[in-house]
Design a protein around this ligand. Sequence first.
Ligand code: CA
Ligand code: CA
Ligand code: CA
Length: 498
Amino acid sequence: MLSAPAYAVDHVICVNNPVGVTCDQSFAFLGTAVNAADSNGMDDTIVLGPGTYSDGPYSLKEVGFHEALIGSGQGATFLTLPAGVMQIYLNVYNSTVRDLTVLMNGTTSTGDVGLDATTSMIESVTVDGSNTSSATGVFLDGSSISASTVDMARSSASFTTGINHLATGSVTDTTITASSAYYHSISGTTATLSRLKIYGAFAGITDMAGSVAVDDTLIDLGTTPEGAGLAAINDNNANGSKSIAADHVTVLGGGKFSVGAGAYARAPGALEHASITLTNSVIAGPETSLYVEATNDGAQGANSTATITTSYSDWSTSKVVQGPNGTAGIASGAGHLDVDPGFVDAAGGDYGLAASSPLIDMGAPGTGAPTQDLAGGTRVLDGNGDGAAVRDMGAYEAPAKAVQAAPVTSVTPDTTAPSTTITAHPGKRTAKRRVTFGFSSNESSVTFQCRIDKQAWGACASPKRVRVTRGWHVFRVRARDGAGNLDATPATWRFKRV
Ligand SMILES: [Ca+2]
Ligand SMILES: [Ca+2]
Ligand SMILES: [Ca+2]
């Protein structure tokens, strides 16, 4: 991954007097600065003061060198253009872009792209295309973006795309709003998405080829019909596989015929394999939670396959469409719940888990990644106070709850006396000088007291041997339980030594 160059070693070009920067060269216009940087045979950092720059479009791409374009902050430094057709506001190659806003003109925006980045790193940038239609906010080719906002028109009629992502790269800590929020393509490449807030209409995350790994992300489809939160799909007769691995993703909203997660391998003239793995996730809004569809025309040499595998996730409905030459299936593993997620305040847009949520500590057991939730908070926490930290389902981890003391069970006082039974004794008439008694009680944990004739009660245990003189005798024994209750009717045996 490319890193931002240090000012000290770069050639610093200043535009419009940025504060606190030592400049090697200064210009009044950004267009002039970009032209200089693109042809000077060295790495450059262009630093922009606050203000609006509209003398582009800008293309920062000197082959063999790394360039950087750094503003004075989102909402302070604006790059914009007058209305025009099919224009790219900022085009960068092998560059870093940071701390600025690209403001897209909504007058004639069809085909426009706010920021087109190849093998570049975008950080803390806002692309505002909220008045556009049929436009794309950010085009990433082998590039990554973090801590940014891509704000396109969201209505289904606007046909906007938030981020179109080719090849390998990451999207992190970013909010995307568009009618179709995020696309990935290019076979054999993986895009890594973490901690995103996605407000879409037709589509949240769509993988057309290759793989997408997404974690700790919220996808809200609004009320648009036929939207899909997670879709592995390419209907263009393109062979190959598309797969999405979703962990801690929450899908909300969706109108008629909407789908939470859909794997589609249905292009007739292609051998397709579409798969989605859903773990620790929540499908709360769409009409059909999980949808798989597979078929082809029979001339592809094998079946097309569509598969969804879920575990430790909350979802309700599913649909399997298996046409000719298709293999479609849903594998529901351990930990499936079908419950109301119990959000903190869904109406107010807070999709954290309330303390009473049935999703708390119901995710996959064990530690490991991810270790942060969508809010950047710690995973894993003990949200139910049972002393064991287990991950929650969905994008947010509920706060830790203090471990509860073991419940105090109310004890009914023991007021029942034990009873005592003599189990062994001499005959009524015996010639023996020493006789033996055995005895027991109906309660355990008792002690015994014995008495012979008029002697005092004394502690004893079974068997008890007693020495007796000739004549009649009486042996008594009584049990005493742990609560101190004493048998009021001692067991008695009368006998005569002859
Ligand atoms: Ca240069
Ligand atoms: Ca938890
Ligand atoms: Ca717990």
